[in-house]
Design a protein around this ligand. Structure first.
Ligand code: F6P
Ligand code: MN
Length: 334
């Protein structure tokens, strides 16, 4: 590969031909990516630099924060608040939206992020990632909460960086999905997985089976039928995977197909669903749909939901088209 396509080249070439493009978006994306490279470095060095383990605090969701949850949140904020491209930010780790300090100019985008997804996997040395979603905003204003609460279908860009055996960036700006691998030697993301597509057919599902007794009937029915294998109604054997890192489970589905479910459950009435729409469900739904898959709550398309809160949670069913359609049908039957 003597003519590698770097992420910057890829984005600039995509922007050519768009008369309204000013180059700001390329700069913003570069800032997000610089933050992710810094996070990759911290995640990779782990206990050598003492970043593993619990921070001894809770986030807005009442979840125990890891040291790296806080460090990665701060890296994102510090790499993005000065750039002049943003009107504001929101992070899974912080209750309120993040304003741009008064001494910096404000721009026309909002960025929402989960700085370290799958953080229960940090201390056991499994894959984690950063998820981000970019929205357009009225320029030069102090954004209100309502500016952030846009439908997923209004995202300008969504992506995630997976800190796995390779550090990979998966990105969409609404023109398909492309995957880039971080070349550590030159510090650049290189286009290695152009035009990623989710296979329509699959015989692999991802769900946390330990919650089975709490699921609703349509999900019970779907998983039961998968488990019956060749002898059952589906007449084929299914395989199961659950990394418990949304980024890693979605990446697998993007490469070899599958269906992911984090359904409604009745474990805790205060938390009927787990994944957050703004930082997790919306960006992944945009990516999966752009790659030819589907993403639904079982009842409605995720990207059509008008969010009512910045930390709102939603049930998520995403992946290979034919399986997601089947699960939606089971919800309608019920
Ligand atoms: O961010 C929430 C998250 O860690 C996801 O990355 C993952 O898919 C899910 O929670 C795992 O949930 P559980 O621990 O309930 O299996
Ligand atoms: Mn997460």
């Amino acid at each position: 590969m003597t003519n590698k396509v770097t992420l910057t080249r890829f984005i600039i070439e995509q922007q050519r031909g768009l008369p309204e493009a000013s180059g700001t978006f390329t700069l913003l994306l570069n800032n997000i990516i610089t933050a992710c490279k810094q996070i990759a470095n911290k995640v990779n060095r782990g206990q050598l630099i003492g970043v593993l383990g619990s921070a001894g605090s809770e986030n807005v969701q009442g979840e125990i924060q890891k040291k790296l949850d806080i460090i990665t949140h701060e890296i994102m904020v510090n790499q993005l608040n000065w750039t002049g491209h943003l009107a504001g930010m929101a992070s899974e780790e912080l209750d309120d939206v993040i304003t741009i300090p008064a001494n910096y100019p404000k721009g026309k985008y909002l960025v929402l992020f989960d700085p370290l997804d799958g953080s229960s996997n940090i201390d056991v040395n499994l894959a984690v990632g950063t998820i981000f979603s970019v929205l357009r905003c009225r320029e030069g204003i102090e954004p209100t909460l309502d500016d952030f609460l846009a439908k997923g279908s209004e995202q300008a860009c969504a992506g995630f960086v997976l800190y796995g055996p390779s550090t990979m960036l998966v990105l969409t700006t609404g023109k398909g999905v492309n995957g880039f691998t971080l070349d550590q030697d030159i510090g650049e993301f290189i286009l290695t997985h152009p035009n990623m597509r989710v296979p329509e057919e699959t015989s692999e599902f991802a769900i946390n089976m330990s919650n089975q007794r709490f699921w609703e009937p349509p999900v019970q029915r779907y998983i039961d039928e998968c488990l019956q294998g060749k002898e059952g109604l589906r007449e084929k054997d299914f395989n199961m995977r659950w990394v418990a890192s949304f980024v890693a489970d979605v990446y697998r589905i993007l490469t070899r197909g599958g269906v992911f479910l984090y359904p409604l459950d009745n474990r805790d009435p205060a938390k009927p669903a787990k994944l957050r729409i703004m930082y997790e469900a919306n960006p992944m739904a945009f990516i999966i749909e752009q790659a030819g898959g589907l993403c639904s709550t079982g009842r409605e398309r995720i990207l059509d939901i008008k969010p009512t809160g910045i930390h709102q949670r939603v049930p998520v069913v995403l992946g290979s088209k034919n399986e997601v359609e089947r699960i939606i049908r089971y919800h309608q039957d019920a």
